[in-house]
Write a protein that binds this ligand. Structure first.
Ligand code: GLU
Length: 294
C-alpha cells in the first residue's frame, strides 16, 4: 500500500495582520509539504469572536497568496465547528476531569496577590500565575445551582486527575525548544496548572480546539513557533485523554525585531502588508526570514 502523504498546516488567528514570524511559519510548512510530496492546509483559528475580525481573515488569504503559498480548499474555520469541541468537553466531563470555576479575572488576581504575600506563587511557561482557586473542591450540588443561576464560569482541567489517568507522556520533537530540547521530550503539563478548556461564552479554548482539529484534519507534522513549545505538553495530555494520535512536532526559531523582541501583531513595521505596500517582494520576505528562495 502506498504510504499516506505527510500533512502540514498553518493555523493563524485573524486577530491582527500577519507579520514576518507568521511568514516564516507558513513558508516552513509550505516548503516542507512540497519537499515531502505532502499536503498543506490552512486553518483559521477564530474561536475568540471578540478579537477576530473578517478584515484580518481576508488579509491572511491575501498575504499568503502574495507569498506564493497555495492551500487546500475548503479552509477549516474553527468558529464553524463549536459542536465538535462540545462533544470532546462532554467526554472529559464524563471522565470526571473537568470542573467549573466561577472566579472573575479580578478575583483570581487578588487570590494570587494574597498567596504571594506568603511565598512566590508558581507561574506557567508564559509567565501567567497558575490557577490559585479551589473550585475543584466545591460540592456538586453547589456547582449545579451556580450554573443554573446563570453565573459565568470557566471549565478547568483537573490536572492531577488527568495526569494520573494519562501517566507520563513524551513527544517527538524534530525542531527544538527554548533550551534546545529535542528528540524525545518529556511532557510536563503540570507546568500549566488546571488550564481552562472552555468558558461559558467561548465553549472551547486554544488547547482543546488545536488538538481536535489537528486530529480531525489528519495533521502528521505540527511546525510552529518556539513560543508554543511548552503548550505541546498540554496537547499531548489532551490527545491521550481523548484517544487521538500524536503528530510529530517541529518548533522553529522566532523572528525578532531589531531590539531582540518577539514580533507582535500590532507592530506595523514587520507586518507583511506594510512591507508589501513599501515595495518589498515575496523573495525579499524569504530572505528576511532566512529561508532559501522557492
Ligand atoms: N493559532 C495559533 C496562533 O496564531 C497557532 C496554533 C498552532 O500552530 O498550534 O498563535
Amino acid at each position: 500500500m502506498p504510504e499516506a502523504p505527510p500533512v502540514f498546516r498553518f493555523a493563524p488567528s485573524p486577530n491582527g495582520y500577519l507579520h514576518l514570524g507568521h511568514a516564516l511559519s507558513a513558508l516552513l510548512n509550505f516548503d516542507a509539504a512540497r519537499a515531502g510530496s505532502g499536503r498543506f492546509l490552512l486553518r483559521i483559528e477564530d474561536i475568540d469572536q471578540t478579537r477576530c475580525r473578517p478584515e484580518y481573515e481576508r488579509a491572511i488569504y491575501e498575504d499568503l497568496a502574495w507569498l506564493g503559498i497555495v492551500w487546500e480548499e475548503p479552509v477549516r474555520r474553527q468558529s464553524m465547528y463549536m459542536s465538535d469541541y462540545g462533544e470532546a468537553l462532554r467526554r472529559l466531563e464524563q471522565d470526571g476531569l473537568l470542573y467549573p470555576a466561577f472566579e472573575t479575572r479580578a478575583e483570581i488576581a487578588s487570590l494570587v496577590r494574597r498567596r504571594e504575600q506568603v511565598a512566590p506563587w508558581p507561574r506557567d511557561p508564559d509567565g501567567a500565575p497558575l490557577y490559585p482557586g479551589e473550585a475543584r473542591l466545591r460540592p456538586a450540588a453547589e456547582r449545579d445551582a451556580m450554573i443554573a443561576s446563570g453565573a459565568p464560569y470557566a471549565l478547568r482541567l483537573d490536572m492531577a486527575a488527568a495526569q494520573a489517568r494519562s501517566g507520563s507522556l513524551t513527544w517527538r520533537e524534530d525542531g527544538a525548544g527554548p533550551d534546545g530540547e529535542t528528540g524525545r521530550v518529556l511532557a510536563e503539563p503540570e507546568q500549566w496548572g488546571d488550564v481552562i478548556l472552555a468558558r461559558k461564552e467561548v465553549p472551547t479554548s486554544y488547547h482543546l480546539s488545536v488538538v481536535l482539529d489537528d486530529a480531525l484534519q489528519g495533521v502528521t507534522h505540527v511546525v510552529r513557533g518556539q513560543d508554543l513549545f511548552w503548550s505541546t505538553s498540554v496537547h499531548r495530555l489532551l490527545q491521550t485523554l481523548l484517544e487521538l494520535p500524536a503528530p510529530i512536532y517541529c518548533h522553529h526559531r522566532l523572528v525578532r525585531d531589531d531590539a531582540g523582541q518577539k514580533l507582535s501583531k500590532s507592530t506595523k513595521a514587520t507586518s507583511i502588508r506594510e512591507l508589501r505596500a513599501a515595495g518589498v517582494t515575496a523573495d525579499d520576505i524569504r530572505r528576511k526570514v532566512g529561508l532559501p528562495l522557492a
